[in-house]
Write a protein of this length. Sequence first.
Length: 122
Amino acid sequence: MPVTTEPKRVQSTFTKPPITTVSNSNEPVSHYAENITPIGNITWRKRAHVQGRVSSIKSAPSGSSPLVEVEVWDQSGGVTLQFLGRREISGLEVGSQIKAEGMVGENNGQLIILNPSYEIIL
C-alpha cells in the first residue's frame, strides 16, 4: 500500500500581518529619504528619486494648456520636472532645494520626470 503524505501548508508571504513600529519621534516621515539617485545617473523609463536645487521655473502662457517646468540640478547633472495641469507651485522658488520622485521620460532629447511627487526642503 503506497504511503501518502499530506502536503505542508505554508502561510503566503502576502498574507503575513504587517510589522508595526512605534516611533516616539514627532519628525515628519519622508518618503524620499531612501535611494536618492544622483541626477547624472538617472535612466530613461526607470523610477528615480532625485534631490537638487531649482535653477529655473517656466510656466506656459495663459492661452495654452497649464504646464510648469522646473529645472533641478545637483553636482552630477540636471533634469526637468514637468507638472501638467498647473500654472504654479506654491512655495517653490529659484534657489529652493527639492526632492522629487517619478518615472523618467524623454522630451525632445532631454530627460524629464513627468508629474513627480515632490517635497520642498526648507
